[in-house]
Design a protein around this ligand. Structure first.
Ligand SMILES: Cc1cc2nc3c(=O)[nH]c(=O)nc-3n(C[C@H](O)[C@H](O)[C@H](O)COP(=O)(O)OP(=O)(O)OC[C@H]3O[C@@H](n4cnc5c(N)ncnc54)[C@H](O)[C@@H]3O)c2cc1C
Length: 386
């Protein structure tokens, strides 16, 4: 098979790029190792808080409109607590002059909506379940061979195959991976008291705990915590786990009842030196992995997909999509956002993990000061919403 653009990985980021290129006139192939996601009645424990900018992007792709509205939840306010029991910062959609700060959505539902659109997209070959087994990057094409023996030759090959990217490794991109020694424990709960569309986050001695509002009196949590504590949480009987999560959240939402069993994801920091080469580009977690404390990983990935699609759409029709100068333009347009998000999430993780008393005073003072200066708060909120 010969196409203009081949994408490895139809996760949220790879699928959104393929969809964003639907009107580009380019022929596409997407190679995905897993079967398409099934619809389930249960709530997905992977919940993402999507920025309004990325919701607008998904709207243009037709994916946002395809979601069941009863399963997405607007976030109208956000409160973040320091670890001294007093310090906090609050953001509200009202203060920022917008209707909502973010939208919480199930990973599986969004994945399914995108996949259904890809199935109907002309000039797109869905190659699944399949994994690439070899890669040859030549002057005119990048050629993949899949484990089923299929050959896919493209003028541009995009690695959207997640944190352990095969494309990144096989093409020899330099990556620096550093495990945090932490896991993100996720689970969904029914809560006794209404959350009123407010996301809550506590920087605690035992990690960072976030409550993300879901439709109705439900929440999803992400508790980023040391491996040993994560193992302890995962081994608790459900009642004890619920009580521990409610207590860690200062009883704010009353009693919690488990809706989905907890799952734990290893947390890693990953920085990739270049995300573009002649005929090759990396997007999403293949290009950067950040700590989930800011809930920005997939948002950053959608930013990559938006930027790469824009560069490919804006080129003159005759221009080779794998041309390095074009791909460098994409790389440059993403450099600042990726670096800023890496520094902020990594810096916060280190700042709140440090146990020295002076660091504790400094970080809590930082929260209070930021809360007291409306200009900085509005600036932070606007940046997070783009
Ligand atoms: C606990 C936790 C909580 C998080 N919470 C948030 C949040 O609230 N908000 C947010 O924005 N981000 C969050 N993130 C980050 C987010 O999960 C990732 O940034 C996002 O999933 C990256 O999407 P992706 O499409 O790049 O990669 P992935 O989701 O990893 O998708 C990669 C795709 O490639 C396929 N694939 C992999 N290897 C191959 C191969 N060799 N051949 C073929 N196919 C392959 C996979 O099957 C998959 O479909 C969180 C992360 C964690 C761990």
């Amino acid at each position: 098979m010969q196409v203009d653009v081949a994408i490895v990985g139809a996760g949220l980021v790879g699928a959104s790029l393929a969809r964003a290129l639907a009107t580009s006139g380019l022929s596409l192939a997407i190679v995905e190792g897993a079967p398409p996601p099934e619809r389930t009645q249960d709530w997905d424990a992977r919940i993402y808080a999507l920025s309004p900018g990325n919701v607008a992007f998904l709207q243009t792709l037709g994916a946002w409109g395809a979601l069941d509205r009863s399963r997405v939840c607007p976030v109208r306010a956000m409160r973040i607590f320091g670890d001294d029991g007093r310090s906090q910062i609050e953001f509200s959609a009202y203060d920022a002059g917008v209707n909502e700060l973010a939208w919480n959505v199930e990973s599986g539902e969004l994945q399914r909506a995108l996949w259904l659109l890809l199935e109907r997209q002309p000039k797109l070959s869905l190659v699944y379940p399949a994994r690439p087994s070899s890669l040859d990057v030549g002057a005119d094409a990048a050629t993949l061979r899949t484990d089923a023996g299929q050959s896919i030759s493209s003028r541009l090959l995009v690695g959207a195959d997640g944190a352990n990217s095969w494309v990144r490794r096989e093409a020899g991109f330099q990556a620096d991976a550093r495990p945090y020694g932490e896991k993100g424990v996720v689970a969904n709960f029914a809560c006794e008291r209404p959350h009123r569309g407010t996301a809550l986050q506590w920087f605690r001695a035992d990690g960072v705990l976030a409550y993300l509002p879901l439709p109705g009196d439900r929440i999803s949590i992400v508790w980023s915590t040391a491996d040993a504590h994560a193992a302890e949480l995962m081994s608790m009987p459900p009642d004890e786990f619920c009580a521990r999560v409610a207590q860690a959240g200062a009883g704010t939402l009353g009693k919690l009842d488990l809706l989905t069993p907890p799952a734990a994801f290893a947390l890693t920091h990953l920085a990739v030196r270049d995300i573009a080469r002649p005929r090759l580009a990396l997007i999403g977690d293949a290009a950067h992995v950040v700590h989930p404390l800011a809930g920005q990983g997939v948002n950053l990935g959608f930013g990559d997909a938006r930027a790469l699609a824009a560069v490919l759409q804006d080129r003159t029709a005759s221009r080779d999509p794998g041309d390095y100068s074009l791909l460098r333009r994409f790389e440059r347009s993403r450099a600042e956002d990726i670096l800023a998000m890496r520094l902020v999430t990594d810096g916060l993780q280190r700042l709140f993990r440090a146990r020295q008393p002076w660091v504790a005073r400094l970080r809590n003072l930082g929260l209070n000061l930021t809360d007291a200066v409306p200009v900085i708060k509005t600036m932070l909120a606007r940046r997070a919403m783009s």
